[in-house]
Design a protein around this ligand. Structure first.
Ligand code: NDP
Length: 289
């Protein structure tokens, strides 16, 4: 079997085109959806992510404001900035690019973002809403994966879903979304004994560990759908995922590539979340904190 390649780039283009249309409708009502992206320090990967997010916003007609702060800025200054953005009616979504410098408490910063503007979906209120089946903002990466599965007509109802990696931003919300869609979910971490025994049960396998090529073809059930979230650079400087693509594609029925799979969908869903925040603001009183 050679797996079908799930084209995240093409699907993200479709999603962005739909966003663009809804942005036009909102602009006609006098509202331009706005995203504020805060970048602290000069981490090279973060700079690329922030640039890509801002460019995607502009292209879809949203307004983006990138605020760059020195790495040694005090935490209180960052919190004050976030509070100002919470009260700024032209800003519908606020994103603080992670990781933050070590002297800052990331949880405290995220909890300071107004939950109604937390387009990353990392605020504890949004995590709780997702957990209890009433999501406001779904974290962008798992949300994008759900869209991919939907567009591939992969039914999660009664399916065995295995998620490898249990971070707050990918693995855990991924598990919650698939559970809500009717799957029986297994969530693995670095302590999981006999990982292959878990992954081989998966009809849908999502891998998000940051360990290049750690899931190999022999760990995959024939015909499974494999979603590779990992973004790593190998020794040759090439982007690779957490799944060994060459061995996996011989066993899976469908697989996401790296690059061109989950990555583009993450950005597309950030636009969706920002647009929806702006749409909600059109019918609600401003969010304050
Ligand atoms: P984290 O480092 O926060 O979490 C990694 C998770 O993987 C942890 O739960 C860890 O377990 C688990 N893990 C590590 N090694 C193993 C192992 N050998 N077996 C089983 N589980 C293991 O990573 P993130 O979730 O933030 O990111 C994961 C990957 O996804 C990275 O490559 C990142 O770059 C990429 N990423 C891609 C995005 C995209 O848009 N495509 C967006 C976000 C992330 P434990 O809890 O026990 O430590």
């Amino acid at each position: 079997m050679t797996a079908r390649i799930i084209d995240g780039k093409a699907l993200s283009d479709q999603v962005k085109a739909q966003v663009s249309q809804r942005v036009d409708e909102l602009k006609a009502r006098g509202i331009t959806p706005g995203l504020a992206v805060v970048l602290v320090g000069e981490d090279p990967a973060s700079q690329v992510y922030v640039r890509n997010k801002a460019a995607a916003c502009e292209k879809a007609g949203l307004h983006s404001r990138v605020i760059r702060l020195a790495a040694d800025i005090g935490e209180e200054q960052l919190l004050d900035l976030v509070r100002d953005l919470n009260h700024d009616a032209s800003v519908h979504g606020i994103l603080v690019q992670l990781p933050l410098p070590k002297h800052m408490n990331s949880s405290k910063v995220i909890e300071t973002i107004a939950a109604g503007k937390d387009v990353d979906g990392f605020h504890i209120s949004n995590a709780g809403l997702l957990m209890t089946g009433q999501p406001l903002f779904r974290p962008c990466t798992p949300y994008g994966i759900m869209k991919m599965l939907e567009s591939e007509n992969v039914s999660l109802w009664g399916a065995e879903a295995v998620v490898v990696g249990a971070s707050n931003i990918v693995g855990k919300p991924m598990a919650m979304l698939m559970l809500a869609a009717g799957a029986t979910v297994t969530l693995c971490n670095s302590k999981t004994r006999d990982l292959g025994a878990q992954t081989r049960r998966a009809d849908v396998l999502v891998v998000a560990t940051g360990k290049p090529g750690m899931v190999t073809g022999d760990m995959i059930k024939p015909g499974a759908v494999v979603i590779d979230v990992g973004i790593n650079r190998n020794e040759q400087g090439k982007l690779v995922g957490d799944v060994d693509f060459e061995s996996a594609r011989k066993v899976a029925s469908a697989i996401t590539p790296v690059p061109g799979g989950v990555g583009p969908m993450t950005i597309a869903m950030l636009l969706v979340n920002t647009l929806e925040a702006a749409e909600r603001s059109a019918v609600q009183v401003p969010v304050t904190q």
